[in-house]
Write a protein that binds this ligand. Sequence first.
Ligand code: 4AD
Ligand code: MG
Length: 431
Amino acid sequence: MVQTVLIKHLPEHIDQTVVIQGWLHTKRSSGKVAFLQLRDGSGFVQGVVTKADVTEEVFHNAVSLTQESSVQIQGVVVRDERAPSGVELQVSNVEIIHETHDYPITPKEHGVDFLLDHRHLWIRAPRQRAILKIRAEIIKAIRAFLDENEFTQVDPPILTPSSCEGTTNLFHTEYFDRDAFLTQSGQLYMEAAALAFGRVYSFGPTFRAEKSKTRRHLIEFWMIEPEMVFTTHEESLIVQEQLVSHIIQHVLTNCSVELKAIGRDTSILQKYVAPFPRITYDDAIALLQKDGHDITWGEDFGAPHEAAIVEHFERPVFIEKFPTSIKAFYMKPDPERPEVVLCADLLAPEGYGEIIGGSQRIDDPELLLARFKEHDLSEEDYAWYMDLRKYGSVPHAGFGLGLERTVAWICGLEHVRETIPFPRLLYRLYP
Ligand code: 4AD
Ligand code: MG
């Protein structure tokens, strides 16, 4: 029996006859030889079918093969220095499993709406595959880092009775005879979990009914939310920069083929090593004003502001201590200056903007109660959250890293829509 192998393992089978199972990506042929670009999910390889070496039927199968037909190919693995993987296949048999006709995504240019309508097929394209592969490796890197640093994964609910990040972009749904919302963030539940486990993280989908049609907003996105007890704002920043550095190093080490496939300049990525610079919100405002931006203390940053700030650093940069009035109810005020909170946003360079939002949390029950009132939050809805300050409250901090924005930045993409298999956008719920 001839062994069936994955394309990525072909270099381990030089001079052996093997079978690969996959699809035809593209094809070139003359009267005497056909070059098949084959893919199987694990990689790409060229199969060379020489008329003189195979039966008439096999050669006919090869030259008539259509894009995205599924095939089983037998051949001998030979070295080829010009091939990206260093090998090609000298084909002896071509068996068609399913013949495809009129595959919609041809090698010509397509508009982005057309491609998104065909996202279920578009993900087969080499560039899309590379991006989603890097996404998977980034997830692996995050889990490895957190698992090695004593974090336990805890899964928060997706259906929730109340909000975490304000009520303006809550996704409403029905929960039998009462209202419910899709989670905006697992944070409040992670705070409960941290008091049970010490260091925890969640990794799951989050939802924001944001009427934003920008290159960095998704309606459904994935967030990693670590939460740590006996931890200050400053200590949390160290974990954040180490995590981001670890992700970059992991991708550089494990995704060279994919980074090359998408044309990412890796010399830029190599520079993104912790520690990252830190500036206060105050200094950021001063910087922007000096650059001629029309912004005053107390206003939040927009995308152009964030881009202008990072331009001064060319590396990820933390903006610390935002005004209390523009941040979430749970953030702990700076004891020396209660008009600002112990929080930070990590801005990615190259114009990608905020990839992490984090803070130290209020641990004092009196202050939390006051915040409920200021933010018009029902004490009853948040009674369980208040319990965390009543029973063994400790200083604690955490953060949320947006997976898709991180992938977009590391891959150097125009838009977050390509960083998730099936993007949910303002005007898109299909496929
Ligand atoms: O800054 P955010 O809103 O923070 C929280 O939700 C906190 N509760 C997290 C925590 O402390 N546990 O969101 C965190 C990150 C942002 O920095 C951004 O990367 C990403 O989530 N994000 C989005 N990504 C894509 N599309 C959107 N609409 C996003 N909104 C936030
Ligand atoms: Mg934020």
